[in-house]
Ligand binder design. Structure first.
Ligand code: ATP
Ligand code: MG
Length: 213
């Protein structure tokens, strides 16, 4: 579980607080939505959750332990951040899912399992070269929602069990909404998911955190 205790944050000493006294608890296996207007501090909050930014006041507890220098590294090993527009390298979909792994060390079965769980395997199976299909710059063209599912597959291949999906407000369309909800519903209950979203209606399955400013 993850707990934020009275977390406030300001980017510099003289600027105003971006986050004000936020206390939330995220249980393992839960699906949590973070909603707020553009510029309200959603990405800042996810950066704090990931340990990329340190709270100005307050703290984070991971399984009851204060997050500090000693456990930051192991906490971060559990987390993956999936932006809508993930970075695809100009290589095969297999290598893109097993991102960061040496090509000769890729566990093919794990790639397929990750793709299945992220609900992107049907798309991949339709391609002539399947998992060897080149994606990225000159490869197969993927929609925003499909890219995001590749990002989820990447997180699952890495064995992350805490996944943060950050939706860029500007690039949302109604299909993406459904893609993302499908992907989320199909994922294991062992995974904790935090979804940053701008619209409330689609998040009916989630517990919500509103950020007001
Ligand atoms: P969006 O929906 O547009 O992604 P957001 O809710 O994710 O917005 P943040 O990116 O967290 O918003 O930004 C919150 C506020 O903090 C904004 O006013 C922004 O200008 C400010 N901010 C963000 N990053 C920095 C930074 N590195 N230095 C100073 N201010 C920043
Ligand atoms: Mg943001």
């Amino acid at each position: 579980s993850l707990e934020l205790n009275s977390v406030s944050f300001q980017y510099s000493a003289n600027s105003k607080n971006i986050l004000n006294n936020i206390s939330i608890s995220i249980q393992k296996g839960s699906r949590v939505g973070i909603i707020g207007k553009t510029g309200s501090g959603k990405s800042t909050l996810t950066d704090i959750i990931m340990g990329l930014l340190e709270p100005s006041t307050g703290n984070l507890l991971v399984d009851g332990q204060v997050l500090d220098k000693n456990n930051l590294h192991s906490w971060r090993a559990h987390i993956s951040h999936v932006p809508q527009d993930i970075f695809l390298t100009d290589s095969s979909i297999k290598e893109n899912i097993a991102f960061g792994e040496r090509p000769d060390q890729i566990d093919y079965d794990r790639v397929v399992l990750a793709a299945k769980r992220a609900q992107i395997q049907d798309t991949i199976e339709q391609w002539d070269k399947k998992y060897e299909t080149n994606v990225g710059e000159r490869g197969a063209v993927l929609s925003g929602g499909q890219k995001q599912r590749v990002g989820i597959a990447r997180a699952l291949y890495r064995k992350s069990n805490f996944i943060i999906l950050d939706e860029a407000t500007s690039s949302l369309d109604s299909n993406t909404e459904n893609y993302v909800m499908d992907a989320i519903e199909g994922l294991s209950k062992e995974l904790t998911l935090v979804i940053v979203y701008h619209r409330m209606s689609t998040l009916k399955y989630l517990s919500l955190i509103h950020i007001w400013r």
